[in-house]
Design a protein around this ligand. Sequence first.
Ligand SMILES: [Zn+2]
Length: 397
Amino acid sequence: MIDARASKIEDPVAKLRFLKNTEKRVGQVETVLGRPQYWWLRNKKFWLALGCLLMIPTLSLFRSSAPPISVSDGAMNLVAGRGSKPFREGPLEKVWLIDSKNGVETWSNGLHIETRFSTTNRPRDYFAWNRNQPTSSLVQLADKQAAGIVFHTTESTLEELEEQKMRRLKLLGESLLQYVSKEKAYHYVIDRFGRVFRIVKETDAANHAGKSTWADDKWAYIGLNDSFLAVSFETQTRPGDEAPIISQAQIDSGRTLTRMLRSRYNIPAANCVTHAQVSINPSNFQIGYHTDWAGNFPFEAMGLPDNYLQPLASLNLFGFNYDGTFFAATGARMWKGVVSSEDLLREQARENSISVAQLRTQLRNHYRRLSALLPENNRSSGGNPNSNSSTAQEVNP
Ligand SMILES: [Zn+2]
């Protein structure tokens, strides 16, 4: 029944929306996605074709929006406080440091952190916008603890994980660690063997996210170098739904590291996201300037909910958009969040009796006003926050 109805929908995005709505009603989409007849959701050519389709002119989804009505910025209701689905979380596991000797920390959940590449950077210092108070400005938060985690891939040169290639594997790993330490690129790197290395200390900012934004139920964060921790896996991104090369040892270490960081800083699961979900390009208001972990980050294996389902703050709070390149780089999992964002945007436009295009313009103006207040615009050292380079694309030592 679902198959028959979906097969009659020609517009692929409308088809995805139909499946998403079906999921709400009968909870069957996860099962359905695994069926052969839904090949198009896992097929790269499908997403490429979809990308091309949507470049004219970006989204046909919005054509049915309310007719344009002139509304000033001041009359706009930003619909703050909506957009994030609350996750049902149990209490965070308590994790504590057992000891630190010979350059290795041992933590109570089995995590080991090597510290020989550790470095410092400027102290963490960030501002955020209270989305529950739409007319408010940026607020400098007194609590400077990390608000979330951004997962990256190093995009560095890889070698096959084979015993006879150990010399080359170790050489590549050492070279990578030296480079990211020099560039203060991440807080943590998990190498091919699952070893965890602290790079920038957790109290400091790292040059990892470039231009970026994310939001939880209360705060919208702009510029995640200061507000979020960076955990990078030594691997390379693959297009669409293809999973990057990642070893079980890396997954195991990623899980224990995530648990330690969440425990230490009380980080909500919803704020543990991938670079592709937060990366933006304000010069053209497109999302996905960086697309690492766009398709298949193993959220569940990290002890997290599937955060690809979450709406993107860049889309529904700040009016960013996307193009065919982004379509080609991402997979079906991330697109559920994009569709959710669009639903929220359309709802906001309807409630304000304006078109989606008008709402998007207003949201962009709001973003410009907020980002102009960021102190990073006057910063002269400690990386280049005005650049979208989050330490090479990603790392190419
Ligand atoms: Zn990244």
